[in-house]
Design a protein. Structure first.
Length: 119
């Protein structure tokens, strides 16, 4: 394809999006996609918090951190929020709502099992 044809194709795509064609069947249904995004966000919030707690406790009690650190509990506490934000962000990468829920549940079960195994 020539450079002129690529430029014309890009111009047509941009004008199509600017012209309000973003919600038609060619580009996807925006209502369905927003519903999926809402579900993934809620799942990331609700299942991401316990997952971030499990991971933080694993770091604190598994020996991955320093053996003696006066601020070990503080590090574990401050680690929860970045982990939670990371889980929330990654939950939007799932292909479907079912996969998002399945991966978050599996990660929670795995982290909880590891933590209970270390007890």
């Amino acid at each position: 394809m020539s450079a002129e044809a690529l430029g014309a194709k890009a111009r047509d795509e941009v004008s199509g999006i600017a012209g309000g064609e973003a919600g038609n069947k060619e580009n996807g249904n925006s209502k369905a996609e927003s519903r999926h995004l809402f579900f993934k966000g809620v799942a990331g919030l609700l299942l991401g918090f316990p997952l971030s707690l499990w991971i933080s406790w694993l770091v604190m009690y598994s020996g991955w951190g320093p053996a003696f650190a006066p601020a070990r509990d503080q590090v574990s506490m401050w680690l929860v929020v970045p982990l939670w934000c990371t889980v929330l962000s990654v939950s939007f990468l799932a292909e479907s709502r079912v996969r998002c829920l399945a991966w978050l549940l599996a990660a929670n079960i795995l982290a909880a099992g590891l933590w209970w195994g270390l007890q």
